[in-house]
Design a protein around this ligand. Sequence first.
Ligand code: UDX
Length: 437
Amino acid sequence: MPYRLTVLGTGYLGATHAACMAELGFEVLGLDVDHSKIERLRRGELPIHEPGLEELLQRNLESGRLRFTTSFEEAAHFGDVHFICVGTPQIKDGYAADVSYLDSVVESLAPHLDRECLVVGKSTVPVGTAQRLADKLVRLSPAGQRVELAWNPEFLREGFAVQDTLRPDRIVLGVASERAEKILRDVYGPLGEVPIVVTDYPTAELVKTAANAFLATKISFINAMAELCETAGADVRQLSQSLSFDERIGGKYLNAGLGFGGGCLPKDIRAFMARADELGAGQALGFLREVDAINLRRRTRAGDLARELLGGSFDGRRVTVLGAAFKPNSDDIRDSPALDVAAAIARQGAKVTIYDPAALDNARVAHPELDYAGSALEAARDAHVVLLLTEWQEFVSLDPEELGAVVAARNLVDGRNALDAEVWRCAGWHYRALGRP
Ligand code: UDX
């Protein structure tokens, strides 16, 4: 393999990218400023729950193709291509994205870049960031113009990170020269036949935010239809299924329920709106405010359904919440709809007990005021209402009789439209779901 790669930032994206690039045969050096994270990665331990990734990490550590460091100097001397994979979280007092980690990586790396190399941004950023960082890079690097920037957004989903990285739908390359394009085509060559779009910086940056905005819009569209179904006595599941047969619409991201959460969609649509406002194009993204509002209203509605089942008050009631992760097969609780609903119900006077197959440790830290149990049945003991808020397979295959035997009352809110209503009703449950009669 001709190029040696570094991956700067070893969070979700970085850890996955580093392990996958090593798997493709490259020598890879992962870097993070967090010493404890680097120590764990060196031992082959992942700080996150991601199917298949730990095996990949360990295999490539053993082969010696993958190593980790905290030294920017070492990374600068090692790498021909440097991938920046740091996060761009929502700022504390607004909607915009905090890009300070990106600036800090460039400021730490550039002074050591004394030979030709390519720096590739993969983070999700406000449009215009790449050009600003490209200028900064050239200004701060001893090698000057021989250090170049490219923008190559990442589209991976949590839970499918390895698969999405090794078999991507498309590769988008925002480049300023043919040389940069050639290097990135070489790097991704081992992935085989993948559509590659070669474009400029702003288009590459926008593809990522536009993709997330579209997905969020699709989810909120079906959840808006769910609101209508609730008032009209219609069934959003059948509505969505019927829409999905139209190939122009497609069935993906049309599952009505509690809506989207996680570390990306919510903060990315907000940052997108904030950036559009800065550019004087806020009107173009005005609809995303509605997308966000529809999404958040679903959380309120889930709590309302549970309260209705209890006759109008949570006071002194025991409530079971199944699910804490923002989606199944993940331990990520960032902007988790499930935890948001659980916390809101607790604030209304209920005793809330939560169970999740993977996210309990994270949930405990974020919400010490809630109670936690080691299994679904334990969490449901003596409950007056059970809410299914993250559709783990373990919950979808729960036996209504077995669960019914431990609760105080057979009340159920299916916040993800994941269960067979008839089966639960036949077992004597008062079953309520979002968007269904
Ligand atoms: C998302 C994008 O899919 C990915 O391309 C991007 O790189 C990062 O953001 P991720 O955050 O891992 O990935 O989650 P995703 O699987 O897209 O789900 C997002 C949220 O939408 C989850 O809370 C999920 O429960 C919800 N969702 C998804 C729905 O409510 N309905 C659906 O039909 C699909």
